[in-house]
Design a protein around this ligand. Sequence first.
Ligand code: FE2
Ligand code: FE2
Length: 150
Amino acid sequence: MEEKELIRSLNWFYTLEIEQVDLYQTQARATPDIYLRKVLTRVAQVEQEHVINLEAEIRRRGANPTRTGAVIAPLLGVAAGTILNWTDTRTVLWANITLEEKAMADYKRLILKVAEKPLFDLLWSHLIDEDLHTAWFSNKLKELDRLALN
Ligand SMILES: [Fe+2]
Ligand SMILES: [Fe+2]
């Protein structure tokens, strides 16, 4: 993979992770569900670690971390600046599963193109974190569906 293309890709992840930190903090403030608020706050901290890791990797390669423009809004299929109803738990879970799955798919794709360490290990660790986030959000959604059936 060409270095320029790799930096572009890392900057895209860097932007996604920054937007996720912001989004999860916003959702944490909005949700009436206390357990969900704690989870979102903790997940935002993990995404913040991802931001720091990507920042360091981009700098290690002699480039400046640069945001690529709105990432989340188009992934959710809404116009930039759209405010969704984050007091609704299903809306939160739907949005976050969509984003985490996209992040996972893209981390997997990049892992296949990058063999060198430490980047290879970094991408793997992020992928696994996103997988755990997806699992929790999906499980919570299933729980809501079960409760709705009773
Ligand atoms: Fe992340
Ligand atoms: Fe995540």
